[in-house]
Design a protein around this ligand. Structure first.
Ligand code: UD1
Length: 326
């Protein structure tokens, strides 16, 4: 890739929760950024800090319709796109089961469109946000990338299909691609407003409002919660690998912390972090959900130098502080 100040990175879903942190990280590293977002869940406020930044352009579009038309005027003004970080997605596992056809468009067609643009326009690098949901219910934990993918939801199936399309892109089309399998991401700007929202955003928001918390199932299920700042670092680092010296082409790597926490413990920590006194109710478990999930992050550490910097205590505090300020 050329020097940072002339390098243009396209972030699909850049106005979303993880996307906006990724955009911030890229701008801080001195790169130029174009965001493609349909604002179905993304928000301009998420990019408020950088709205007047001369190196940021924001275009409202659905990437499932293609990237050529929305990017053409940007390329005329600023030159070619060097990298694409593809985050535009439907993020709820449960919603994918209710609306599988909507999910295939948001979580698979969009990836095919990204690869098609990268193929025709010879983009140096494509980074895709895959998910731990592709593993399904594994018993051998922490899970490594060698575990056979057995997704239990359309969401997981479409994330895996996207990974395979990236593999086709690198092996057959000669593109440089990386897929990062994100575990449970949390942090400031995660939207708590829907029942499908990430559990930490819901628990913190409800604790701060003094509203009771609902745990689905017995609460003994585990997740690996990784702070959004660490995820943004991994995504941009994967993207900025030079094509010539690229050590991560075709790479698939887990991005988590390597630490599991039960949903019961998480609820207790969220309540304590907010100094709240709220009740915890248990409802029947949600069908199709995996029981346990924790990442082996050895591969990301070896290839990208990934080492999560934010502990769950610190991350919950930063996130709760952000919700307090809303
Ligand atoms: C999450 C992500 C998904 C990502 C996956 C990676 C969200 C919305 N989904 O799915 O994009 O690919 O991690 O593993 O961030 N729960 C409660 N009470 C609540 C809400 C949730 O007990 O009010 C429980 C759920 O039943 C589940 C756990 O918390 O056992 C985590 O749920 P959730 O935050 O929705 O994430 P995942 O389904 O793991």
């Amino acid at each position: 890739m050329p020097t940072p100040d002339t390098t243009l990175i396209c972030v699909t879903g850049g106005a979303g929760f993880i996307g906006s942190h990724t955009v911030g990280n890229l701008l801080e590293r001195g790169l130029r950024v174009v965001v493609l977002d349909d604002f179905s869940t993304g928000k301009r406020e998420n990019l408020a800090t950088w709205l007047d930044h001369p190196d940021l352009e924001i275009i409202e579009t659905d990437v499932s319709d293609g990237l050529f038309a929305p990017l053409a005027p940007v390329v005329t003004r600023r030159g070619p796109v060097h990298g694409i970080i593809h985050l535009a997605a439907q993020t709820s596992v449960i919603r994918s089961m209710e609306k599988p056809l909507t999910d295939v468009r948001a979580n698979y067609t969009s990836t095919v469109q990204v690869i098609e643009y990268a193929r025709v326009e010879a983009v140096d690098k494509v980074v895709f946000t895959s998910s731990s949901a592709i593993y399904g219910d594994v018993t051998d934990l922490p899970v490594t990338e060698a575990a056979p993918p057995t997704p239990m939801s359309p969401y997981g199936v479409h994330k895996r299909a996207s990974e395979l399309h990236l593999q086709y892109g690198s092996q057959v089309l000669g593109l440089s691609t990386t897929a990062l399998r994100l575990f449970n991401v949390y942090g400031p700007r995660q939207d708590p407003s829907s029942p499908y929202s990430g559990v930490i955003s819901i628990f913190l928001e409800r604790s701060l409002r003094g509203e009771d918390i609902v745990i689905f199932g017995d609460g003994g299920q585990t997740r690996d919660f990784v702070f959004v700042g660490d995820v943004a670092w991994a995504l941009t680092t994967a993207c900025l690998n030079d094509k010539v010296t690229d050590k991560v082409s075709g790479l698939i790597a887990n991005i988590g912390t390597g630490h599991a926490i039960t949903i019961n413990d998480l609820a207790a920590q969220c309540i304590a972090c907010c100094d709240a006194t709220v009740r915890v109710d248990h409802h029947p478990e949600r069908p199709g959900e995996i029981r346990d999930s924790v990442a082996d992050i050895t591969r990301a550490h070896k290839t990208l130098g990934f080492q999560p910097q934010t502990t769950i205590e610190e991350g919950l505090r930063l996130t709760a502080d952000w919700y307090r300020g809303q």
